[in-house]
Unconditional design. Structure first.
Length: 296
C-alpha cells in the first residue's frame, strides 16, 4: 500500500529545515571621518544586523565584547579592526583599516596605580625635553616611585634608587650621573600640573638628570604673585595670573627650577597621589610606581 504523509508531518518537517538554516549575522561598522591623532579615542558605530553577540579586535592587541565600544589608540599607525558578529553557531567577520597619525606636540603618558596622566613636553626647553625622552625610551622611569609627596605642593619621582627600594630606604639622591643646564622660559610657570626638574642647591640652578616633580600646588592670590614679581624682578602676563588664580600652583618656584612640561589630562590623578598617606620624609606609605611612555 502506498504510504501517504499527513499534512502535519509535511509542515513539521519544513519547519525543522527552516529552523536549521537560520539567519546569518551581518557584521558592519562605521569608522569616524575626522583625522585621528594619537592618543585618539574612537567610538565604533556598530551597524550589524541579526547578531546576538560581538567580538572586536582593535588591531593593537586589545579586544572588546561591547556592541559599540570606545577604544583609545595610544600610538600612531595603521590598524586593522576586526568585528565578529555571532548568532547561534554562525559567526561572520568583517574588517576595516583605521589610520592614526602622530601628534605634532611632544606627548608622554605617565601611568600610575592612581590613574594615567597625559602630558606635553615643551619644545622651548629642548635640553630637558630631549633628555626626558631619551630616558623614557630606554625604560629608565618604569618601576620608579613617586618617592616624595607633599599635599598642596608637589609629587616628585625619577630617582633610580627607588626601584625596588626597601620601605625604610632613604631616597632622593639618585640620578643618571649628570645634570642639565637650567632653561628658564618666561612663558613657563609653576601652575598646577607643571612638570619641572628637581635639583640640588647649586649656583647655576642646573637640573637633576632624571628627578622631576609635578606641581600640585595651593590657592594663589594677587598679593602672592606681586610678592614673587618684586623678589624675582619679572612680571606675570595677564594669562599667567589668570591661570594661577583659577587652578593654583607654586609661584615661589618660578625662575628657580626649570619647567619643561605640563599635564594636560589627568589633573585628578595628581590630587589622588598628593593625598596619599605618607611616612616621615614624605614618602608614601604605599609605593606609587610609575611607567612612562612616549606617544608617537
Amino acid at each position: 500500500m502506498k504510504q501517504i504523509l499527513s499534512p502535519v508531518l509535511l509542515f513539521g518537517g519544513l519547519a525543522l529545515v527552516l529552523a536549521s538554516c537560520g539567519v546569518k549575522p551581518q557584521p558592519s561598522f562605521v569608522l569616524p571621518t575626522q583625522k585621528l591623532v594619537a592618543p585618539a579615542k574612537v567610538t565604533f558605530q556598530n551597524q550589524s544586523t541579526n547578531a546576538d553577540s560581538f567580538e572586536w579586535d582593535f588591531g593593537d592587541g586589545t579586544t572588546s565584547a561591547e556592541a559599540s565600544p570606545t577604544h583609545e589608540y595610544k600610538h600612531s599607525g595603521n590598524y586593522t579592526v576586526l568585528l565578529k558578529a555571532t548568532k547561534g553557531n554562525k559567526t561572520i567577520t568583517t574588517k576595516q583599516m583605521i589610520q592614526v597619525t602622530a601628534p605634532e606636540r611632544c606627548l608622554i603618558e605617565i601611568e600610575t596605580d592612581y590613574g594615567t596622566m597625559l602630558a606635553e613636553l615643551y619644545s622651548s626647553t629642548p635640553k630637558h625635553r630631549d633628555n626626558f625622552l631619551k630616558l623614557t625610551e630606554e625604560g629608565f622611569f618604569d618601576g620608579l616611585l613617586f618617592h616624595r609627596v607633599i599635599n598642596n605642593f608637589m609629587i616628585q619621582g625619577g630617582d633610580p634608587q627607588s626601584r625596588d627600594a626597601k620601605p625604610d630606604q632613604r631616597l632622593g639622591m639618585g640620578g643618571p650621573g649628570y645634570t642639565i643646564p637650567a632653561e628658564f622660559v618666561d612663558s613657563l610657570v609653576h601652575t598646577k600640573g607643571a612638570i619641572a626638574a628637581a635639583r640640588t642647591n647649586n649656583p647655576e640652578k642646573a637640573s637633576s638628570g632624571s628627578q622631576f616633580y609635578i606641581v600640585h600646588g595651593n590657592t594663589v592670590n594677587d598679593g602672592l604673585l606681586n610678592q614673587v614679581e618684586a623678589t624675582r624682578g619679572f612680571h606675570y602676563t595677564p594669562e599667567q595670573r589668570k591661570a594661577y588664580l583659577e587652578i593654583g600652583g607654586t609661584p615661589h618656584l618660578d625662575r628657580e627650577y626649570t619647567v619643561f612640561g605640563h599635564v594636560i589630562e589627568g589633573l585628578d590623578v595628581i590630587d589622588k597621589i598628593a593625598g596619599a598617606e605618607t611616612a616621615p620624609g614624605d614618602r608614601p606609605k604605599k609605593d606609587v610606581k610609575m611607567k612612562i611612555t612616549v606617544i608617537k
